[in-house]
Design a protein around this ligand. Structure first.
Ligand code: DQA
Length: 147
């Protein structure tokens, strides 16, 4: 099984960006732990981050061709991007929406996710562990599909 972890705008600034909200760990640090976790599961992981909506659409489409699923933190585009929602629906692979924070507990404009209805499920509010929980779900799904 191969998965792509996609991170959207400003998540390259994790560690520096509003650490009281998003924590002090960098995206590289989070990804290194995810790579270790995935290796333990026998899952191959790729990582992609962009601040550009079209590049995120391209990454989702590529994952549809080359991967078995996606863990997606679309960051601010979660709340605005019809294009990312359409791409998530188009690729025909499970997409798990993740967020470090719980958008439902934040400003009103974060309460609506255009991706939630296109995703297999959403995991929010557990910091970097949101990604780990999503990866764990793929592991459970993978092992239960292989019995
Ligand atoms: C975020 C939540 C979004 O509302 C915000 O725009 C982000 C990060 C999160 O992981 O908590 O950039 O996706």
């Amino acid at each position: 099984m191969k998965l792509l972890i996609i991170n959207g705008p400003n998540l390259n600034l994790l560690g520096l960006r509003e650490p009281g909200l998003y924590g002090s760990e960098t995206l590289d640090g989070i990804n290194a732990r995810l790579a270790e976790q995935a290796a333990g599961y026998g899952i191959a992981l790729d990582f992609f981050q962009s601040n550009h909506e079209g590049e995120l659409v391209d990454a989702l489409q590529k994952a549809g061709r080359e991967c078995d699923g996606v863990i997606l933190n679309a960051a601010a585009y979660t709340h605005t991007s019809v294009a990312l929602r359409d791409a998530a629906l188009a690729i025909g692979k499970p997409v798990v929406e993740v967020h470090l924070t719980n958008p439902a507990a934040r400003e009103d404009f974060r309460h609506r996710s255009l991706l939630a209805g296109a995703a297999t499920g959403s995991i929010c509010g557990f910091g970097a562990q949101s990604y780990e929980l999503a990866l764990h779900w793929f592991h459970i799904r993978n092992t239960s599909m292989n019995v």
